[in-house]
Ligand binder design. Structure first.
Ligand SMILES: [Zn+2]
Length: 331
């Protein structure tokens, strides 16, 4: 990873300024927050700061031998631990290597830093092995855990870390950041991506790279056709061969939350304007009990998708669509 300066996520600066104010630091940190708020950039920048031999004004200098090695991606005292493949588990053998690394003397004579990302990817054996390293910290060695889902970590791991929540920026700050990162889009497109990303700007960029806006448009059209019985669930399921299931499940979760807000009177209009007509109509007609059991089905399956369970994709989409349509038939 290149030189990610903390200033590239200015909304984290208040936390940064506190963390870097003193010369003594906790041995283990857990940086937690929503996906796409810049936790990884924060951890990389903090690692750079810890490794820098001559930090200036609470920043890594970018000039010293240590900074140069890090920028070249070859710092021997910096270790990045992540799954071999995205979505796969971090296994115990990798944590054993981590423990060996932490036990060694620093090759550059300074500090050693490990970034573990995402921490919730550790399986139970790996997590138990990590506990040992946390219980016996080595001098001048720092462990930086990064997690979207800190509740999935062992409580014994969390309690041995300094837990630092990293916030989601304000809408104004996020939009300002996106206007720099996605200059070719207009404000409305950026706002739509940001909404889809739950307000997390880096996630919005990822969604843009996945072409999520146009995929979502296709799904919205399909769902409308389905509700009007102009299209069958099975035909639609075959029509979206490359649509990431995680996105599909997220969108239905967003719409379902809107339905619940409308149903309980917590909102008068849906947040998701692409379903501005459909959702209020559904909210009026679907019984609360049906909505709640649909939501629990959806969340359970979303969990399976995030956990990389082996789902039959066409069957999953078809079942999801049939259930969505049946919501309207269960009045
Ligand atoms: Zn430096």
């Amino acid at each position: 990873m290149g030189d990610q300066a903390i200033t590239s996520c200015p909304w984290h600066l208040p936390v940064w300024n506190v963390l870097t104010a003193g010369s003594r630091h906790a041995h283990a940190f857990l940086f937690a927050g929503l996906p796409g708020v810049g936790k990884r950039i924060f951890a990389e920048a903090f690692a750079a700061y810890l490794l820098c031999l001559r930090p200036e004004a609470q920043r890594a200098c970018g000039q010293c031998r240590s900074c140069q090695l890090r920028q070249a991606g070859s710092h021997p005292d910096r270790l990045l631990v992540e799954p071999e493949e995205q979505g796969k588990a971090i296994r115990i053998d990798v944590i054993r290597q981590l423990a060996d690394f932490m036990g060694q003397t620093a090759q550059q004579g300074g500090r050693k830093v490990v970034i573990l990302h995402p921490a919730e990817a550790m399986n139970l054996n790996a997590a138990n092995a990590l506990l040992k390293s946390l219980e016996e910290p080595s001098a001048e060695t720092y462990l930086l855990l990064v997690s979207d889902q800190p509740s999935r970590l062992l409580p014994t791991i969390r309690s041995r870390c300094r837990v630092q929540s990293l916030i989601t920026p304000s809408h104004t700050d996020a939009m300002a950041w996106l206007s720099q990162s996605l200059p070719d889009l207009d404000a409305e497109q950026r706002a739509a991506l940001l909404l889809m990303a739950g307000g997390a700007p880096l996630r919005a960029v990822t969604l843009h790279e996945m072409d999520a806006a146009s995929l979502r448009q296709q799904v919205v059209e399909g769902v409308k056709e389905l509700l009007k019985s102009q299209q069958s669930a099975s035909r639609l399921a075959e029509r979206w061969p490359t649509l990431p299931l995680e996105l599909l499940a997220d969108w239905f979760c967003d719409w379902t939350l809107d339905l619940l807000r409308l149903k309980t009177g917590a909102a008068e209009e849906p947040l998701n304007t692409d379903m501005a007509k459909v959702l209020p109509y559904m909210a009026r007609h679907v019984p609360m009990s049906a909505l709640l059991s649909w939501q629990s089905w959806l969340l359970e399956h979303r969990g399976m998708i995030v956990g990389k369970a082996n789902l039959n994709r066409v069957l999953f989409i078809e079942t999801l669509l049939i259930q969505w349509k049946q919501l309207m038939e269960r009045r």
